[in-house]
Design a protein around this ligand. Structure first.
Ligand code: AOF
Ligand code: ZN
Length: 365
């Protein structure tokens, strides 16, 4: 019996769902899912499970028999380069499989890796490109951004009251938003290679900065700390993870040693204030493609310096009053924001904004 025929978008959505299973496990490579369909039935699927493992197309092809005449869906153009493994690139495998149709979500932005679309066409395979392109690019925003900038895609997260306060006058900010919002925000930590925070936030909240979801790895923590006030017994040191403290050129060497004894790497980057541009460039040099900023105080600076690509603003139905701490105080906010999505979590609201002028590659999608 032949199954009901579905649209190309339907199968591309399945690719995206498969790809996302590897959230936090493949960076700096992209999340990729692949589905092979014949007569309306999915006959094989696969995804790139972890950095260094088989690509999605090879995963799908390895588990199925004859797929000649079938349609392959994949959210990223099949690669045509000799990669890090001994295995051959995907596009000859795709051609050899004798599929008759290839549906690609988005082109590979790395010219030396791309080539799968042209190779398939040259082999007489019907190729359709651009199905759910926006979603496909957005899933791998870190990968696409890195391909053209060599620096991380930065999402600034702010949790505030309806009157824009992130903390009480005392500095205390635990907990403005509810448990369900905070669980959602932890998923973004899983996406991130690096969590950027400020020493003030570490002192005030003593956050663990873990993702605490399943077997997710805990991201690197980068602390902006001009005066080296990060306590050496901060809870974030308890997790097995890399900690980098960015400080100023004339920082106190004794305090530096204390933090180094806790396993932190201390980098001097800037006179008077930490040079945030240089910090981002350094994270990029370390092949970090996805960064999350969790420090209300730094958020204004990141937006005004155009270092953040997205702002995720969680708003709790609370009023903290005029003495509370605002999140945009530091930095002149001439950044223009475009609302892309809103949702809510048990009474809290999340608005996701794009910061305009920070991602030329995205504006084309
Ligand atoms: C992936 N997973 O499923 C696909 C990728 O470093 P390598 O050898 O694994 O190659 C990574 C490149 O391969 C990546 O930058 C992208 O251009 C292409 N496709 N990568 O990690 C996949 N299909
Ligand atoms: Zn490949």
């Amino acid at each position: 019996m032949t199954a009901q025929k579905q649209t190309d978008e339907f199968y591309m959505r399945r690719c995206l769902a498969l790809a996302e299973k590897a959230l936090g496990k493949v960076s700096p490579n992209p999340m990729v899912g692949c589905v092979i369909v014949r007569d309306g039935t999915i006959v094989a699927e696969g995804f790139h499970t972890a950095y260094g493992n088989l690509h999605a197309e090879a995963e799908a092809l390895k588990s199925c028999g004859d797929v000649s005449g079938a349609t392959m869906y994949v959210n990223l153009e099949p690669c045509a380069h000799e990669g890090k493994r001994q295995t051959t690139p995907c596009s000859p495998k795709v051609v050899a499989s004798n599929i008759s149709r290839l549906v690609v979500g988005a082109e590979d932005p790395i010219a030396s890796h791309a080539g799968g679309i042209a190779a398939a066409r040259a082999a007489g395979i019907e190729v359709k490109v651009g199905v759910l392109r926006d979603e496909c690019v957005r899933l791998n925003s870190g990968f696409y951004n890195y391909a053209s900038t060599s620096s991380p895609y930065v999402i600034a997260k702010v949790a505030s009251s309806v009157d824009g306060r992130i903390a009480l006058a005392s500095g205390e900010s635990k907990w403005v938003t509810n448990e369900s919002s905070r669980r959602h925000a932890r998923k973004l930590r899983q996406w991130a290679d690096v969590l950027i925070t400020g020493a003030g936030t570490v002192v005030a909240d003593n956050p663990r900065l873990t993702s605490r979801l399943g077997d997710a790895k805990d991201p690197t923590v980068a602390i902006v700390d001009s005066a080296l006030i990060t306590p050496s017994d901060a809870a974030l040191f308890d997790a097995t993870r890399e900690v980098i403290v960015f400080t100023v050129d004339d920082a106190n060497p004794h305090k530096q040693r204390t933090l180094e004894e806790r396993g932190a790497e201390v980098l001097r980057m800037g006179a008077g204030r930490v040079d945030l541009q240089k910090m981002i460039a350094e994270l990029g040099r370390r092949k970090m493609t996805c960064a999350m900023l969790e420090a209300g105080h730094l958020c204004g600076q990141f937006l005004s310096k155009k270092l953040a690509h997205e702002l995720h603003l969680y708003i709790a139905p609370k009023v903290l009053g005029p003495n509370g701490v605002g999140w945009s105080a530091d930095g002149s906010l001439d950044a223009s924001l475009t609302l892309k999505e809103s949702c809510h979590f048990s009474g809290d609201v999340l608005h996701k904004y794009w910061v305009n002028g920070t991602a030329a590659w995205r504006d084309n999608t």
